[in-house]
Structures are given as C-alpha cells and as structure tokens.
Ligand binder design. Structure first.
Ligand SMILES: [Ca+2]
Ligand SMILES: [Ca+2]
Ligand SMILES: [Ca+2]
Length: 351
C-alpha cells in the first residue's frame, strides 16, 4: 500500500495501529520511499501479536525529495491463519515522543484495552474527578490540575471481581532489562487489586493472557498519587499488562498516569554504592582536613623557629660587641668565660 506523495519538509513521525493475530502470521513492514523509489525500513513486526490492536510509531528519516509511506504485508507461508490489518495511519509534523512514555494528555499513546472475552471492563481516558464520589483522583499527576488527563477504571461498571486489562506495545528483549515507572491512584473504601504482569507470545499462545506477576497493590491507599518502579529482564519480546480487579462495590475507582518504560534496570545505582561513595567522600574530607592541620602546624612551628632565630640574632647583634669586648678583656686577664652572662642571655631570649 502506498501513501500519497508528501513534500520533503512535511512530516516527522508516522504512527499506526496494526492487528496481527494468527499462528501463520507473516511480517508487517513500513518503509519511507523517496520519489526515485529508494526505500528505508522504518518499522517491522513479525509473527502472531495476539488478539488485539497494537500501536506502532516510527521517526521519519531526513530527506531532500518528496516521499511516500509504504506499508507491506509479507505472507509467512501457505497457511490461512495470517490475516493482517492496519488502521488510523497518521503522519505528524512533531517529532515522535520518546518511546515508552505516556502522560495521557492527548491520547492513550500505545496503551490499549483488551476486548471482551479476556476481560470484562476497560480503562477509560479521563480528567478532573472520576465519576464516582469519594473515590478516584480529582486531578491528574502530570499537571496536578483538573485539565490534565489520566486513565482510570470506573468501579460502578461491572460485577464484583471483574478485571480490566491495559496492555503496552511489544518491547524487544535487552540484556540490561527494562524499568517500568508509573504513578497510580488507589483511593476509595472499596478499592480492589492492581497488578502488573509481563507476557509474551509463548505464554499468550498457551492461553495465559496475563503472564508473570511483577507487582501488586491492594486496597485504599489514600487520596494521593504514588509512584512505583518495576524492573524486568526477559529473554524474548514481551509486553506489560496492567490488570485492575474490581472490589466489592462502587467506591474503587483506580487510575494511572505518567507511565515510562526505559531500557536498563530501575536500580542501576544501588543504595549500597551510594553509602560507599558517601563514606569515601567523608573519609577524603577528614583526611584533607587532617593534612591541612599538619601543614599549618609545621608552618607555624617553622615560623616560630625563624622568629626565635631572628630574635636571637637580634639579641646577639645587640649584645655581641660589648659581650665580645668583655670576653676578650676576660681572656686577656686569663680568666675563664663567664657562664652567668650566657644564662642571662638565654633568659632574655626565652621571653
Ligand atoms: Ca477490556
Ligand atoms: Ca471520583
Ligand atoms: Ca496526565
């Protein structure tokens, strides 16, 4: 499929939704093709991605000539189970936002609800106060205002214990792992349980829609936004799943905002290293102070010695002519040197 030809100075980011469900699923490729037919691959996804619409976004490459967006579906083989679909393709002039971050201000980014059959409720895009009284947020987390947006589950909808799934896009495995950071709001007398899972194709194909449990929180946590970190390492492509399980009655509106997924552990600088660094810095400071003290002491001692030497020289200079004359006089008389005079000079010097 080819888009119309776009002028070179238009468009920075392309986004679309795709549906790739079936065991015999092939590959979806998205290219940026210049006027002369040269193509650059900007997005690719292969294989079964589950029974849901998934979101994809790709940055366009700098170019000098008009270009098209080309979407290509490649069949995996002779199988029938590989129908692929795309929807809502959009080209924007703004740069793609950093991948894995959503403040829910304009859209739900790449986060999607699961359809009926897996869960019984949905996460809704909201702002201001959540619909039910004495529960849920009254402002969002990003802007701390009634204008800001978040996603929430309406606890008035559905039976006791029903679940609402919110699913991320597919993340590629990384040896450094991934860090999921999010803000959650769990306020109300009948708040149920919020859980975070990671899932992959293998687990999902085996009928496991949630996967591995990574984080959980239950019950009323007060009328405030709280932050959580979840570190994950996984060997194959995976996605995050938020699952809210409703409490007994209405009065359990739960919300999420400012979700970030970044490569690397949430704890790249363990607290132990911090305290070691602090200890080292304190040790270094104490060492420097002691060294400075020693240097000052040595300088003072040297100054004092110089001072004494100067004073002695001055004293000798003052006394020496008469003293020398006196000594010469005594030596001429054949008498021994007079020690009392020397002692007196010492007394004078020590003053
Ligand atoms: Ca749902
Ligand atoms: Ca409310
Ligand atoms: Ca927000």
């Amino acid at each position: 499929m080819f888009s119309p030809l776009y002028p070179a100075d238009k468009g920075s980011c392309v986004q679309l939704w795709y549906h790739m469900y079936g065991k015999g699923m092939g590959t979806l490729n998205v290219y940026q093709q210049s006027e002369d037919g040269k193509e650059a691959l900007i997005f690719s996804q292969t294989g079964d991605q589950g029974l849901l619409w998934r979101f994809a976004r790709a940055s366009l490459l700098p170019r000098l000539h008009p270009y098209r967006i080309v979407v290509e579906g490649v069949k995996a083989g002779p199988t029938q189970e590989g129908d692929m679909a795309i929807d809502d393709v959009q080209l924007t002039d703004n740069q793609c936002p950093p991948r894995g971050f959503c403040d829910f201000e304009d859209t739900m980014c790449s986060w999607s609800n699961l359809g009926e059959g897996v869960d019984q409720g949905d996460w809704l895009h909201g702002s201001g106060g959540s619909p039910n009284p004495h529960t849920g947020p009254s402002v969002d987390h990003t802007t701390n205002s009634t204008q800001g947006h978040y996603v929430y589950v309406d606890s008035f909808v559905g039976e006791w214990g029903v679940s609402s799934f919110l699913v991320s896009d597919v993340l590629q495995p990384s040896t450094r792992g991934h860090c999921l950071t999010f803000w959650y709001h769990m306020f109300g007398n009948h708040v149920g349980t919020l859980r975070v899972y990671i899932n992959n194709r293998k687990m999902q194909a085996g009928g496991d829609e949630v996967g591995l449990l990574k984080w959980t929180e239950t019950g009323n946590k007060g009328e405030k936004w709280q932050m959580a970190n979840v570190s994950v390492t996984h060997d194959e492509a995976f996605w995050f799943v938020f699952v809210y399980q409703r409490g007994r009655m209405a009065g359990g509106d739960v919300a999420l905002d400012d979700i970030t997924i970044i490569p690397g552990s949430c704890y790249t600088e363990p607290s132990i290293d911090h305290s070691d660094n602090k200890g080292m810095i304190v040790g270094l400071a104490v060492g420097l102070i002691v060294l400075a003290g020693i240097i000052i002491f040595i300088v003072l001692v040297m100054l004092n010695q110089n001072h004494n030497k100067m004073a002695r020289n001055m004293a000798l200079n003052l006394t020496s002519p008469s003293l020398t004359r006196f000594m010469i006089h005594r030596r001429k008389q054949g008498r021994p040197p007079l020690h009392r005079l020397t002692l007196r000079t010492d007394v004078f010097l020590s003053k």
